[in-house]
Design a binder for this molecule. Structure first.
Ligand code: AMP
Length: 283
């Protein structure tokens, strides 16, 4: 495994990689969710590129950029074990040099859910993903369903900007009790960690309702709100049952839907989602 710590080193090493190249963008502090993407890329591609870059432009000023967990040495060990060929960890000032002024915005799809709660988030995401696609020039890119709206935004970015890249969206990897793996889980105290299972429990409740024939989206959203209200440490930001194409809220689940929620547990903001009907792919 090679590690490029500058963009120019990366450009030189990128030339040595066999096609097709699979690319996994990450912000590091890796867990099994990230590694499932790397392993899938390893199984499907001749070479595997991973970026480890905590992207400041997707954090608002009041968010957790300064605290975001980092452990590059551990990440590199895990990436090597998972079969990565080339890692790029560019310094922030080379990605966003003094006077940086160019932004990529995906409209509409980014106005709701995560974008409604974090208005500048997806401008940062779309910009870094476009910049990394230009640098890495992969044939395939691997993203997690955990960040479902992000995957939909990337799908739109690929289509609208004519990137010749196949998007692969991989299933959410969970802890044994259902909590979706996330680098931010490291912030949780033991009490908060126990409370955090309420996200998955709420989604499971909706899946059960759906399996029992419920199609009324309001009743589904209310079922999630009820479970969240019963968890004293949980402060919901939103619950949603939305059309998976444009993320508008549904009245009736008569087509493919994204059921998602964002919840603050203490100072930690967690998200999770499932697709209805169960087992359907997101993108
Ligand atoms: P991040 O480091 O949080 O930016 O995540 C990097 C990539 O890993 C994104 O495509 C995420 O959707 C994906 N990812 C994060 N957590 C999980 C998880 N629990 N299961 C599957 N993919 C995940």
């Amino acid at each position: 495994m090679k590690v490029a710590k500058t963009i120019s080193d990366f450009r030189r090493l990128r030339g040595e990689l066999a096609a097709p190249a699979g690319f996994v963008p990450t912000m590091g502090f890796l867990h099994d969710g990230h590694l499932s993407l790397v392993r899938r890329a390893r199984a499907e591609c001749a070479s595997v590129v991973v970026s480890v870059f905590v992207n400041p432009s997707q954090f608002a000023p009041n968010e957790d950029l300064a605290d975001y967990p980092r452990d590059l040495d551990r990440d590199l060990t895990l990436l090597e074990e998972a079969g990565t060929d080339l890692v790029v960890t560019p310094p922030t000032e080379s990605v966003y040099p003094e006077g940086y002024d160019t932004w990529v915005t995906v409209e509409r799809l980014t106005e709701r859910l995560e974008g409604g709660d974090r208005p500048t988030h997806f401008r940062g995401v779309a910009t870094i993903v476009a910049k990394l696609f230009n640098l890495v020039r992969p044939e395939r890119a691997y993203f997690g369903q955990k960040d479902a709206q992000q995957a939909l935004v990337v799908r739109r970015l690929i289509r609208d900007l004519n990137y010749d890249i196949d998007l692969v969206v991989c299933p959410t990897v969970r802890e044994p009790d259902g909590l979706a793996m996330s680098s931010r889980n490291a912030y949780l105290s033991p009490e908060e960690r126990a409370a955090a299972t309420v996200l998955h429990r709420s989604l499971q409740r909706v899946e059960t309702l759906y399996a029992d024939g419920e199609r009324d989206a309001d009743r589904m959203r209310n079922a999630m709100r009820e479970l969240l209200a019963a968890e004293p440490l949980a402060r919901p930001a939103y619950v949603s049952v939305a059309d998976i194409e444009d993320l508008t809220e549904l009245d009736t689940v008569d087509r493919k839907a994204l059921v998602s929620l964002a919840v603050r547990i203490g100072r930690t903001r967690l998200i999770d989602n499932v697709v209805l009907p169960p087992g359907e792919e997101i993108a």
